[in-house]
Design a protein around this ligand. Sequence first.
Ligand SMILES: Cc1cc2nc3c(=O)[nH]c(=O)nc-3n(C[C@H](O)[C@H](O)[C@H](O)COP(=O)(O)OP(=O)(O)OC[C@H]3O[C@@H](n4cnc5c(N)ncnc54)[C@H](O)[C@@H]3O)c2cc1C
Length: 415
Amino acid sequence: MLLDEMVERGLPEETRMMRDVTRKFANEHVIPFTRQNWRREWNMNPDERLPRKILEVADEIGIRTLGVPEEFGGTPLDPKTETQTFAVISEEISRGDCGLAEKLVQIWKVSVLLRNVAPRHLQEKWFPEVVKDPTFLLSHCLTEPRGASDRWLPYDVPEAMMHTRAELKGDKWVINGRKQFITNAWDAKLYVVYATTKPGAGMTKGTSCFLVPRGTPGLTVARCNETLGGRYMNNGEIALEDCAVPGDHLLVQDVALARAGVYFRPGKIIQGSKNLGVAVRAFEETSKYVQEYVQGGKKLIRHQATALRLAEMATKICAVRGLLREASRAVDEKLPEAEVLCNMVKLYASEAVLDVCRHAMELHGGNGTMLEFGIEKLYRDASMYLHMDGTVDITKFKIVKNLFPDTAGKYAGND
Ligand SMILES: Cc1cc2nc3c(=O)[nH]c(=O)nc-3n(C[C@H](O)[C@H](O)[C@H](O)COP(=O)(O)OP(=O)(O)OC[C@H]3O[C@@H](n4cnc5c(N)ncnc54)[C@H](O)[C@@H]3O)c2cc1C
């Protein structure tokens, strides 16, 4: 199809190769897994949602350890186009299933953070662990039961600081608090945890982050959330009760949020790309359907109303992709507009992809609502992106703050 040719155009050779390998992986392993399990998606226990075989194949083809430095056994990517490659690969996995994509991309995002902020001894200790075990997943724990949006704005006043606290006692950091809505919380073997270390300083000056291995006394995986979509991500909650972390597992002291941009920027690209993968799949399935299904004496595609919907779906997909390419290039080239473009991607993709999936539902008629067709799943999956990496409204605030840094509001508290 013409759309596929457009996707290929302009991709660097390495990215194109990775894309082909990942598409094969999604077609041969991810899609068959979700299709075989469509009846069970709601009944599976969380451990069944960690398909070992899929992680092993992802490992064999080298897409599990992207972001891990090559010296520790990670798959090397050209740094000049790394984020652009992340974008293409995450779209392809997510075209298979966005929840399974989420399991893998969390490794890449956290690895980018670690290679930028973790002291050498922690990189030497933990990267080889990630590489040697295909089921080794990583998790990034920022959100708490209260105040998540304050962190994104950021609303930088003492009363909006994180409730999770860490205190240095002897040679250990003792952490107390709770983290919710955390991707891979149920399955991860290593968690990056953010906590207040300087109460009263404001979150950008008084928040630190730590590496907390699973099994650390005081760390409990409290629950696995039953989510509307992206169900294979095993999103969950962790509790930290006098959780004593070795002093040398501190990643960044006090200014952790200020340094987390290296995680958030590629993170938003990957988020937008996974979102796009859902739309691409919805378009593919709908394209097949409307060319086969007969209604009113002719194939659906020959009805004008179908053309209107298909045209809108395709245009939104191309627009998301165009914005993603622009934003991921800006991240790779460290351009000043990277931040605002990343927020625009998050915003536009989360609304446009939901629209695409709604059209897919409409064009499938009643079949669109039936579990066995898989269209309702895509709609559910797309809806999750409204809330991931900040809400749509908070993202709009961030865009205006980027565009008008001197005059935009704080959007919380007194101006
Ligand atoms: C599937 C999924 C995966 C996630 N994965 C992770 C993860 O791996 N790690 C992690 O740390 N977090 C994760 N999150 C958390 C995510 O980042 C938060 O859900 C998101 O930031 C919104 O926070 P909240 O749900 O607490 O909403 P709230 O902050 O409570 O917001 C509620 C509503 O109030 C609005 N609002 C808030 N403040 C303002 C304001 N000042 N002005 C106007 N309106 C406002 C919001 O836009 C929203 O509509 C995940 C969430 C989901 C749903």
